[in-house]
Design a protein around this ligand. Sequence first.
Ligand code: B12
Length: 474
Amino acid sequence: MATVKGDVHDIGKNIVGVVLGCNNYKVVDLGVMVPAERIIDAAIEEGADVIGLSGLITPSLDEMVHVARELERRGVRKPLLIGGATTSRTHTAVKIAPVASFPVIHVLDASKAVPVVGSLLSSEGRVAYADAVRSEYERVRSEYARRSDARNFLSLDQARDNALSVDPAQIAPAPRKPGVHAFDHIDLAMLRNYIDWTPFFLSWELKGRYPAIFDDPVMGSQAKTLFDDATRLLDEIVSSGAFRARAVCGVFPARRDGEDDIIVDGSTTLHFLRQQGKKAQGLPNLSLADFIVDSSGLPDGTSDHIGAFAVCIGDGVDELAARYVRDNDDYSAILVKALADRLAEACAEWLHERVRQDIWGYETQAPSAVSMLLDEQYQGIRPAPGYPACPDHTEKPTLFRLLDAPSSIGISLTESMAMVPASSVSGWYFAHPQATYFAVNGILADQLHDYAARKAMDVADMQRWLAPNLVEGR
Ligand code: B12
């Protein structure tokens, strides 16, 4: 098993490894950022019966297709399991399975891994199982082709005609503290108050909201044990200062340029994508650029603004996790990484509040209770490149340049635009009261070409980065 080249996350893969190990399978874990060649060499050397790939962000999907092709080319025709937050049955069926003559199977979560591997290796049932998956994926492909019908979409021009016009009178004021602000060794004891625990339980397939999950008749006691273990470990991390939390942010003058671009500080252009799916009467086809007004709508001398941020929990996470692995305590090693992720999200929540209250300073009421913050009950949004409203990961280098993130807080990008350290979040701040989260979803070839031209990127290259959003063949 391996997390593919360019991707850094391994919590899901590690959980699967532990679960398979507990079921008497020998798991050879190659770690993260593993190139296809190494995965295939190891599979041959170890005589693997099954190969597993994991990935968190969309660029990894393409890398998985590459691994499948390479397995085929080198004649290593063993069943291939596909897993990780960014993967799906549809992508596996539509993009990966067709390049392989061996079974390729999407595995939704750790609990499914054992029965799937069991079926693939059973001497009586394996042929029937592979055939059943093959015909199921055939159905998924037809369903996908039906959904991708261009009749469900507007042309880019039509979508732009249905853009949202926000009220220029309601733009946020200029920031109280302009410029870039970096924070180091952020107090972990303070940050833990901003942790949203609900996704933490989800990582362990315990689906329920915190703290009500403790009263659940089926999961309650397991959730409580997990929570007690996590808080004990977090106490240690906080008191020993084992993790280093860093953040950087800035609020810059910004104006809308054309339909879907934003010019920041007069010189940096940000590019956004627009929804092209047909909408119900009265609903706009959104682009994040809609939330910034162009200067023509504003009195002379004033401008709209956009914020940018990056946070990371680094220095100490991998070291502490490795210490637990050496002690054969995989459970605690996974907990360490899951806590680092929770703290990264908590840090993003804390920073956003600080920006609204102080640095930008447009929020005039006192800070809300943390539970209200986690329910996003405040004005403004913080979409992150890769999230559904701005699915293009290649905007991250621009974001990082604006913040000088590599030198100010030590975050770097892999060739797939994953951030290192792994527990990192970066994104934009939009403050307009009409700014909301949305999903761009499918885009047509007209937008692909327009977007590639705006970014001065090769269309084929852009096509690869936007592959998960492209409406097939159009
Ligand atoms: C928590 C979270 C984070 C955490 C860390 C995630 C992590 N440790 O994996 C933090 C806050 C750091 C984070 C950051 C980012 N995230 Co995030 N994040 C999530 C979230 C909410 C949950 C992911 C998670 O931890 N799930 C729990 C773990 C245990 O599940 P898992 O990894 O999927 O693994 C399970 C299965 O997939 C399977 N499995 C996994 N691997 C394998 C392998 C094999 C062989 C098998 C059989 C099975 C298997 O079994 C596992 C156990 O059940 C998802 C949304 C979602 N609901 O999935 C977005 C999501 C993964 N994030 C996303 C994005 C974009 C990002 C950022 C790029 C955003 C940004 N600009 O800051 C960064 C990237 C970080 C980086 N280093 O580059 C996108 C990725 C898709 C995309 N468009 O690229 C998602 C899907 C959100 C979305 N809808 O867009 N994120």
